[in-house]
Structures are given as C-alpha cells and as structure tokens.
Design a protein around this ligand. Structure first.
Ligand SMILES: [Zn+2]
Length: 171
C-alpha cells in the first residue's frame, strides 16, 4: 500500500480558481474591483492614450507584457472611471466567453460593437453587468440604507444608465 506524504490542503491551493470563483470573491464588497479580477484571472489592464478614434477598449494576445493568461486589456485613459470599469468588465467577458475568437491577436471594441457578432457583444455586455452589479450586492447596499439610484450607482462605480438597464428601469 502506498500513501501520499503530500498535505492535501497544500495540494488543493495549487488548483487555480475558475473565473467564476474569482469574480464571486470580489462581489462581496462595493465597488466590485474589476481590475483585480482581471489580474487574478491572468490579464493585465492598461490605460492607453493612443487608441484609435472611437475605440473604448481592446483585448489582445500579449505574451511578453500580459498576465499569466498571455492577454492584456487596454482602456481609453481619457474616459470616465465608470466607463473604463465597464470596458474592463466587457473585455474580460470576451476573454471568458469568446477566447477562441481572440486568438488571432488584437480585438478592438468600437462602442462595444467590435469585430464579434452583435450576439456576442450583447453577451459581453450582459456579463459585464453581472460582474459589476450583482443583485445580491445591490440588495445588501439597499439594506444598508442606500436607497437612491444615484447613491447605488456611486457605491457600485457604474453609470446611472448602466444601473437602470440592470434594474430594468427606463433609461
Ligand atoms: Zn465587445
């Protein structure tokens, strides 16, 4: 009979968490730290000053400067923080959902209607909203007394229209 000398708890931590597990870990506090989520999934996030006109963000294969996944995300430095956060979440969603289509290299998002199909862009927007505005966290903030849309948007660091869409309210 053979027995392992390995400490099972030590072995366990070597199993990398899934993207869903990483996201869930950061969804317990507002604002959801989407840059840390990306970094922990292995994607480096850059602020870029020289993106082409109309491009809010991009994701590209970046074996040298990217994270452990070999990818980087870039966002337009000049855009408001809430917009940059949504862009990071949107590009991250493309990585999780459509990674096989990003393998050719650079993928640029022009107003979130880049080279992928409109269905894939809708999926990425939906997942970005899921990441940044989990219903459980919204509910917790309301329990804490945050009862205005403006207050909730500020705590979540999302735009008011994004929050309204999330809550199925007229924008
Ligand atoms: Zn996109």
């Amino acid at each position: 009979m053979t027995a392992t000398l390995e400490n099972p708890s030590r072995t366990k931590v070597l199993v990398p968490p899934t993207p869903g597990e990483v996201i869930a870990k950061y969804q317990v506090a507002a604002p959801v730290d989407v840059v840390s989520i990306a970094q922990e999934i292995g994607i480096r996030v850059w602020e870029m000053r020289r993106l082409p006109e109309g491009v809010s963000g991009q994701i590209w294969r970046d074996p040298i400067n990217g994270g452990t996944s070999g990818f980087s995300i870039g966002v337009r430095a000049a855009e408001p923080l809430v917009r940059k956060r949504f862009t990071v979440a949107h590009e991250l969603a493309h990585y999780i959902l459509h990674r096989n289509k990003l393998d050719s290299g650079l993928f640029e998002d022009v107003m979130y209607r880049g080279g992928l199909s409109s269905r894939e862009e809708t999926q990425a927007n939906q997942m970005a909203a899921d990441i940044l505005m989990p219903f459980k966290l919204i509910s917790n903030l309301m329990d804490e007394g945050e009862n205005t849309l403006e207050g909730l948007a500020q705590r979540l660091q999302v735009s008011l229209p994004a929050l309204k869409i999330r809550l199925q309210l007229p924008v």
